[in-house]
Design a protein. Structure first.
Length: 438
C-alpha cells in the first residue's frame, strides 16, 4: 500500500481498476481522505458509479466535497437522476450551490430550494406497508402531509394526501387510491413562477421533478415565502433609491450601509443638478415674474408624487404577475386617463387657491392673477399626466432591458419628472403670460 501512495493519482486509479470489486473498495477505503477525491476523478464513469453506490454517505460526502467542480459536474452528467439527487444532498452548502449552478440549476430556480426529505413509495405498496415506511423514515421528512408515488425509474406518477391513507383500509393497494392527476414543478422553474403555482393550487407542498419527470425533491410553501420575503425586501430597498442590503439592517456595518446608499444618492444628486440648470435657463422669466418661482416646489413635487404612485402600482403588479411586458399599451391608456383626471383635480385646486388668496387679499398676485392661476392649473394637469405616464412606463422599459423594475425607484422617477416638469411649467408660463408679465 505504501508503494501505491507514492504514485500519481492516475496510476493509483489504474491499479485499483485492475482489482476485483471487493479488493478495490478495501484499497480505496485505505487511501488518505485527501487523496480519495484525486484518485476517484481518474476512474472511468461506470466504475465511479459502482464506487459511489458502495461508499457510505460519510465517505461519499468526503469525496464529492473535495472533487474539482468541473470533475464533479462531469461525474453528475453520467449519473442517473436518483443518484444525482442523493449525491447533491451530501454536499456542503457552498459546494452544493456550485454544483447546482454547474449542472443547470440557476440561482433563481426552484431546484435551489428543494429538500430530499420526503416520503416516496411504489404503487404496489399496501396502506399498511406505507405506514410502516412512514414510521421508519418519517422522522426525517420535511412534511408528512403528502406521500409521493414513483415507478421503478423514480418517475413521479401521483401524490396522495395522508388523510386519504388514514381513511383507507390497511389492505388497500396504493394503485387503487391513485388517479394519476397531480401537480409538479420542473427543476428549472423560476422561484417566482413556482410561487404562483402554490397560490393557484393552494398547496403547502409540491414535488420537484426533472424534465423527464424523475422526482428529485419537494419544496414547501414556507421555503417559498422566505425567498419571496427576501425578494420583496430587496425590491423595497431598491425602490427607496439604494442597493439591496446583503444582511439585515441591524447587522449591516455602517460603512457598508453608507456604500449601499451613496451610489444612488450621487446619481440622483447629479440628476437634480439638471433642475438647477433648467431653472437658470428661465432666469429671465423669473426676474420679470418672481411670482412664478413661488409655485416651483408645488409643481415639481406634484409631478414626482404622481410618478412615484404610478411606479409603485406597476412594479407591484409586475411582481404579482398581473402585468407582463405585452400589457404596456393597456397600462398607458389606463394611466393616461388616471393622470389626466388626477391632474385636473390638482390643477383646479391650485387655481382656486390662487383665486381665494387674491380675493381675500392674503397675497396680491397683481392684475394678471387669473393668468397666473391658469398657468399653475394647466401646468399641474400636464405635469401630473406626464409624471403618471413616466412612472408607469419606466418599469416596462427596465424589464425590457433585462433589469429589475424595482430600480425605477421613487427618487429616480421624481428626479426625472422634476427636470422635465420645470421645462413644462415655464413653457406654459411663457405662452400664457407673454405680453403680460413676460
Amino acid at each position: 500500500m505504501e508503494n501505491i501512495l507514492n504514485q500519481h493519482p492516475a496510476d493509483i486509479a489504474e491499479q485499483l481498476t485492475g482489482l476485483d470489486n471487493k479488493s478495490r473498495m478495501v484499497a480505496f477505503y485505505m487511501l488518505p481522505n485527501e487523496d480519495k477525491a484525486d484518485v476517484f476523478s481518474y476512474f472511468d464513469p461506470d466504475l465511479q458509479q459502482k464506487i459511489v453506490r458502495s461508499l457510505t454517505d460519510a465517505d461519499l460526502a468526503e469525496v464529492l466535497n473535495n472533487l474539482e467542480p468541473d470533475d464533479r459536474t462531469e461525474l453528475f452528467e453520467n449519473f442517473p437522476d436518483e443518484l444525482i439527487k442523493h449525491s447533491i444532498n451530501l454536499l456542503n452548502e457552498t459546494e452544493r450551490s456550485i454544483a447546482l449552478n454547474l449542472i443547470g440549476y440557476k440561482e433563481d430556480s426552484i431546484a435551489r430550494l428543494m429538500t430530499p426529505h420526503y416520503i416516496q413509495v411504489k404503487e404496489h405498496y399496501t396502506v399498511r406497508q406505507v405506514f410502516a415506511h412512514i414510521k421508519k423514515y418519517g422522522k426525517h421528512a420535511e412534511t408528512l402531509n403528502y406521500i409521493f408515488i414513483v415507478d421503478e425509474h423514480n418517475v413521479l406518477i401521483d401524490d396522495l394526501k395522508i388523510g386519504e391513507l388514514l381513511l383507507a383500509d390497511e389492505d388497500t393497494v396504493i394503485s387503487d387510491l391513485m388517479d394519476r392527476n397531480f401537480i409538479s414543478i420542473t427543476t428549472t422553474t423560476a422561484i417566482e413562477d413556482a410561487f404562483e403555482l402554490f397560490e393557484k393550487y393552494d398547496r403547502f407542498t409540491l414535488p420537484i421533478v426533472t424534465e423527464k419527470g424523475v422526482l428529485v425533491g419537494i419544496v414547501t410553501f414556507d421555503d417559498i415565502v422566505d425567498r419571496m420575503k427576501m425578494r420583496d425586501t430587496e425590491d423595497i430597498q431598491k425602490f427607496g433609491g439604494m442597493e439591496e442590503l446583503d444582511l439585515s439592517y441591524t447587522k449591516t456595518p455602517i460603512v457598508e450601509l453608507i456604500r449601499k446608499r451613496a451610489g444612488w444618492l450621487v446619481i440622483l444628486f447629479v440628476g437634480e443638478m439638471f433642475t438647477a440648470s433648467a431653472m437658470s435657463y428661465y432666469d429671465g422669466e423669473i426676474e420679470k415674474a418672481v411670482v412664478l418661482a413661488l409655485f416651483v416646489p408645488l409643481i415639481i413635487s406634484s409631478g414626482g408624487n404622481s410618478g412615484s404612485q404610478a411606479a409603485s402600482l406597476i412594479i407591484r403588479a409586475m411582481a404579482l404577475g398581473e402585468l407582463k411586458l405585452k400589457d404596456w399599451w393597456y397600462v398607458m391608456k389606463k394611466e393616461f386617463n388616471s393622470g389626466l383626471f388626477l391632474g385636473a383635480i390638482l390643477g383646479f385646486i391650485g387655481f382656486i387657491r390662487i383665486a381665494i388668496w387674491q380675493q381675500l387679499n392674503i397675497y396680491d398676485y397683481g392684475e394678471y392673477w387669473f393668468y397666473i392661476g391658469l398657468t399653475v392649473g394647466l401646468s399641474l394637469v400636464v405635469i401630473v399626466l406626464w409624471g403618471t405616464l413616466s412612472g408607469s412606463l419606466v418599469p416596462f422599459i427596465l424589464r425590457r432591458l433585462g433589469m429589475d423594475p424595482a430600480t425605477a425607484s421613487s427618487p429616480f422617477v421624481a428626479t426625472l419628472v422634476d427636470v422635465s416638469g420645470l421645462i413644462i411649467y415655464f413653457s406654459i408660463a411663457s405662452f400664457l403670460l407673454a405680453g403680460k408679465l413676460l
